[in-house]
Design a protein around this ligand. Structure first.
Ligand code: GUN
Length: 324
């Protein structure tokens, strides 16, 4: 097989998240176009950003831009860092009641002083396109139909589209967050994988991880997953996004990508996930790069969940006889 220039001959397969995300976005755009053909308005996503966290502002901007590119409508609601509980809950009530709004997301993390749980529970579960509301969490774990968090849903889409089998696979999830680790475990269980969830208090992490046919790393520690965590030939999914600001470290992490050290020189950092990229490339059968792996899928599945919310809300309003 001919290898791209600069890559080691024995590299595992890179799973292209950008290509899978583009395919999902095209499917969403086709769904929106079909609504337009029936003279229905496009689905509408309302994004709420509280405070001035620059990373959150970038994420929300990317989500809104993706809506525009796919034909979805969007609204941005910005509240200052000092926004009170009543102001935010009042906004969510008005978005719940607004028939023109199909999906609502509140970008996390929230500023100190706001109760994440209370805020999530204030969103109408039928508009909860992040899948964070306990009603949707319960539906996911009990096998019902609801909204599933976008990152794990995107990972399953990527695995399916890449032909990675899940049934009977030994899967290890590193991280137990509400956004990634826990829903990832639920989705993999529903697909008949054998699932182990590890976290910061798990002893012998590497020993457990190295059993996995499918390893999902979502722990927020740069390049933490090194070769001894990876069973040869395993599929390794890297959910982390971390900055590395040291040129020598960038050269060690990316021996075949000299442009990474150059990025550190030019803009002060390069991005690395929770998995050591050179070790994954050497040992894994398939692995996701950072950037260009899981990241683009999160946004694509948010669009897909918003389309689904619009379909379900509109179907629930139609007389039964009209529902196909
Ligand atoms: N913060 C990090 N990931 C997410 C996400 O998927 N949705 C929201 N609302 N906030 C996040």
């Amino acid at each position: 097989m001919i290898q791209p220039a600069g890559r080691a001959a024995s590299e595992g397969r890179r799973l292209d998240g950008r290509a899978a995300a583009a395919a999902i976005r095209a499917e969403v755009a086709a769904g929106v176009a079909a609504m337009a053909a029936r003279s229905e308005p496009p689905p509408c996503l309302a994004a709420v950003l509280v405070g001035d966290d620059p990373a959150s502002a970038v994420y929300v901007r990317n989500k809104l831009k993706a809506c525009g590119e796919t034909g979805l409508l969007s609204r941005e609601h910005r509240l200052g860092a000092g926004a009170g509980r009543q102001e935010l809950l009042g906004l969510l009530r008005s978005l719940n009641d607004d028939d023109a709004v199909d999906g609502i997301l509140v970008q996390m993390p929230l500023p100190a002083g706001l109760d994440r749980r209370e805020v999530i529970e204030a969103i109408d579960p039928a508009k909860d396109v992040d899948g964070f509301h306990p009603v949707n969490v319960g539906r996911l774990w009990s096998g019902g139909e609801g909204f599933v968090p976008c990152t794990p849903l995107g990972i399953v889409q990527l695995l399916d589209r890449s032909g990675v089998p899940l049934e009977g696979a030994e899967a290890v999830v590193l991280g137990r967050s509400e956004i990634v680790g826990k829903p990832m475990a639920a989705l993999l269980l529903a697909r008949h994988a054998t699932v182990t969830v590890c976290h910061s208090r798990t002893p012998s992490l590497a020993r457990i991880a190295s059993r996995a046919d499918l390893l999902v790393a979502a722990i927020g520690r740069p390049a933490f997953v090194t070769r001894e965590f990876i069973k040869p030939g395993a599929t390794v999914i890297d959910v982390g996004i971390n900055q590395v600001g040291d040129e020598a470290r960038a050269r060690e992490l990316f021996p075949h990508e000299p442009e990474r050290a150059e990025q550190v020189r030019r803009r002060g950092y390069t991005l690395v996930g929770d998995v050591h990229p050179a070790h994954a490339a050497q040992r894994a059968g398939a692995w996701t790069p950072v950037p260009g792996g899981v990241g683009p899928l999160t946004v694509a599945l948010l669009l897909s969940n918003t389309l689904k919310a619009a379909r379900l809300r509109r179907a629930s309003r139609r007389p039964q006889a009209e529902i196909p």
